[in-house]
Unconditional design. Structure first.
Length: 85
């Protein structure tokens, strides 16, 4: 596993820090890794209306201010997939 750190919430407070990485050596293709806040039961119930999530998956919340970091993670994953990273 080779995790490429992309960024952390620019407004992070102590240990509450949404962040993003890319696993450039994930089996099959690169994967984006997110650390975020677990969604409450109401949000999870709304999400289950569109997509059931099994026990090994989670619904997380990411703040709007993370958009640029999420875009960078997507770009890095795409670059890793085509071998440009």
């Amino acid at each position: 596993m080779a995790l490429l750190f992309i960024g952390i919430d620019p407004n992070t407070e102590e240990d509450k820090c949404p962040a993003a990485w890319v696993d450039t050596e994930a089996k099959g293709e690169p994967e984006i890794i997110f650390q975020g806040w677990l969604a409450d039961e109401q949000i999870q119930a709304e999400c289950r209306k569109d997509s059931h999530h099994p026990d090994d998956e989670a619904v997380i919340r990411m703040p709007y201010r993370m958009i640029d970091i999420i875009r960078k993670a997507c770009d890095a994953a795409e670059q890793a997939a085509v071998g440009d990273l």
